[in-house]
Design a protein around this ligand. Structure first.
Ligand code: NAD
Length: 256
């Protein structure tokens, strides 16, 4: 098993990519702490799947955009699960079409706090844990193809994910001496609650699929497997890297 004996924290694991990652990690031998914000039933389902794979699951309600809540999360993991080896910063929020000219302050701040500042809050707490335990470990940031592409009418989303790209490069250099790998998985269109609007609108979905060379959406477990690779020993010499998992979407953008 690829993660036998490891301990991982996965944020936003009550649904979608985070839930699939918790399940894949557990099947590969890791105990996992998962966080959720509002969907307690989704978090319980994730815990059921982890426990069915024979691993421990610690479920924590938090708000990743609140630094005090993130600190409390790490304290609870240390007390109730153990020493973390892996951090998966997955929690994120999308936004509905809103041109910059009409942008309200709350939306701008919420998207940047959840998608960009929260990974900093989590990373700094994780770094302290790893330094106190001899170094090593993995930080995985979930960004998006929006890290590389323009996002008209969702500018803060693209800004936040591009910022995560910069955070990854800076952190990978800062943490090289600690032997903490820092990498990104950048998903394309994945079928999760975040994209349910598109899947409920056949016309919109057809337009999206037309632009993807694979002509299908990805499934959460396809992202989870990429996350697993970057959090495994097989990727010990990979750091500062963005692995795009998008059925070719970024190559197709802007041209046939
Ligand atoms: P999802 O809606 O299933 O998951 C988002 C998770 O974020 C939820 O579990 C939610 O609890 C958590 N979250 C949101 N705000 C939070 C807060 N303030 N505090 C704590 N947790 C909070 O959607 P998903 O598609 O699985 O998204 C996971 C990640 O993948 C996100 O970072 C998203 O930006 C990214 N992503 C998704 C897609 C896609 O097509 N689905 C594409 C690119 C990137």
């Amino acid at each position: 098993m690829i993660l036998q004996g490891r301990c991982a924290l996965i944020t936003g694991a009550d649904s979608g990519i985070g839930q699939a990652t918790a399940e894949v990690f557990a099947r590969e031998g890791a105990d996992v702490a998962i966080t959720y914000n509002t969907d307690a039933e989704g978090a319980r389902e994730t815990a059921r799947r982890v426990e069915a794979a024979g691993r421990r699951c610690l479920v924590i309600r938090n708000d990743v955009s609140d630094p005090a809540s993130v600190e409390a999360t790490f304290a609870q993991v240390a007390a109730d699960l153990g020493v973390l080896d892996i951090l998966v910063n997955n929690a994120g929020q999308a936004m509905n079409g809103m041109p910059v000219a009409e942008m309200d302050d709350d939306t701008l701040e919420r998207i940047l706090r959840v998608n960009l500042m929260a990974p900093v809050y989590c990373a700094r707490a994780f770094i302290k844990v790893r330094r106190a335990n001899g170094g090593g470990g993995k930080i995985l940031l979930v960004s998006s193809v929006a890290q590389h592409l323009p996002t008209p009418e969702s500018a803060p989303y693209g800004m936040s994910k591009a910022g995560v790209g910069s955070l990854c490069r800076s952190l990978s250099r800062e943490l090289a001496e600690d032997r903490i790998n820092v990498n990104i998985v950048a998903p394309g269109l994945i079928q999760t609650p975040m994209t349910s609007d598109r899947f409920e609108n056949p016309e919109k979905l057809a337009q999206s699929l037309e632009r993807i060379p694979w002509h299908r959406a990805g499934q959460p477990d396809e992202i989870a497997k990429a996350i697993l690779y970057l959090c495994s020993e097989a990727a010990d010499y990979v750091t500062g890297h963005t692995l795009v998992v998008d059925g070719g979407l970024t190559m197709q953008w802007g041209g046939a």
